[in-house]
Design a protein around this ligand. Structure first.
Ligand code: NAI
Length: 292
């Protein structure tokens, strides 16, 4: 079984930066890549700030923090990934873009390396088919935010080997996560159940059943969820939610998974949620508690 000591993370957005932070704090050497240099700068700053905050609260020693930051290297050059044991990609939720990246990575990383995807819903079997190593391709789906959430959902593609599964599972457990394993069907376990609920919340708003605040309060206090579904959608990113609904709709071939027109319209308008300052809620004018 491959032991993972050097890891590559691709995509320095909300998920990739959190995964890189988690890896660096757990003794793994990490290369973090993004095609956008500003995203890399933002990610490094946010990781440093998060780690410093943990030191000031007494949760980490200065030494541990210093070593973690030393383990993290940022790069715009994919060629730097030549010696990593595992790469996890957390780029945009698009099958074509992810496949294209896997084709490039397949040529760059060593033959023994594992290619993992943090995809929320896209078929691991189809991503694997773009490579010459389908037995070493796997889904490693962290929850948002990765340093805080306790779960990693591992998805085995049609050809994922037991060795690849065990090495990925060991890595997630080294990060202190509880692992669940899903077969490769649209949305896997978590988003197969969560996204239709979020989509239904959009339909509830769209058809005028209630205000966004009452929908969120209803689900928070009525079902004991820590966040309401619309607030959660803003936190995940409305573009990510829409991409997942499209995968469910096409992959399961059932009209009940059709994305709500209001969700589509918000994404068309660039209202992508917290990361853009506006989604269902406007974070520039409305006072909402920060969750991350
Ligand atoms: P994000 O929009 O915050 O970050 C994506 C990053 O990828 C951006 O910095 C962008 O510049 C970069 N990027 C895009 N294409 C690239 C390419 N070809 N090469 C290098 N960098 C590229 O997105 P987020 O929310 O971090 O999501 C990333 C992935 O994680 C998606 O597949 C999403 O479905 C999945 N995911 C998202 C969760 C969430 O709550 N947002 C939860 C679990 C998984």
């Amino acid at each position: 079984m491959v032991e993972i000591n050097r890891m590559g993370v691709i995509g320095a957005g909300q998920m990739g930066s959190g995964i890189a932070q988690l890896a660096a704090l757990n003794g793994v050497d990490v290369w973090l890549h993004d095609s956008d240099v500003e995203a890399l700068t933002r990610a490094r700053n946010s990781i440093s700030k998060n780690i410093e905050r943990q030191v000031s609260k007494g949760h980490l020693t200065q030494d541990v923090a210093h070593n973690a930051l030393r383990r993290l290297r940022c790069t715009c050059n994919l060629e730097d990934f030549g010696s990593v044991d595992l790469v996890v990609e957390a780029i945009v939720e698009s099958e074509d873009v992810k496949k294209n990246l896997f084709v490039q990575l397949d040529k760059i990383v060593e033959g023994s390396a594992i290619l993992a995807s943090n995809t929320s819903s896209i078929s691991i079997t189809r991503l694997a088919s773009a490579t010459t190593r389908p037995s070493q391709v796997i889904g490693m789906h962290f929850m948002n935010p990765p340093p805080v959430m306790k779960l990693v959902e591992i998805i085995r593609g049609a050809d994922t080997s037991d060795d690849t599964y065990q090495a990925t599972r060991c890595l997630a457990e080294r990060f202190g996560k509880t692992v669940i394993c899903s077969n490769d069907y649209p949305g896997f376990i978590v988003n197969r159940i969560l996204m239709p609920m979020i989509n239904e919340a959009f339909y509830t708003l769209y058809t005028g059943v209630a205000s966004k605040e009452d929908i969120d309060t209803g689900m928070k206090l009525g079902t004991n969820h820590p966040m309401g579904p619309l607030e959660l959608a803003d936190f995940i990113g409305l573009d990510v939610c829409l991409s997942i609904m499209k995968v469910l709709h096409i992959g399961l071939g059932d009209s009940r998974y059709a994305p709500c027109p209001l969700l589509v319209q918000y994404v068309d308008a660039g209202r992508l949620g917290r990361k853009r300052g506006i989604g269902v809620y406007d974070y520039n004018t409305e006072q909402k508690e920060t969750k991350s």
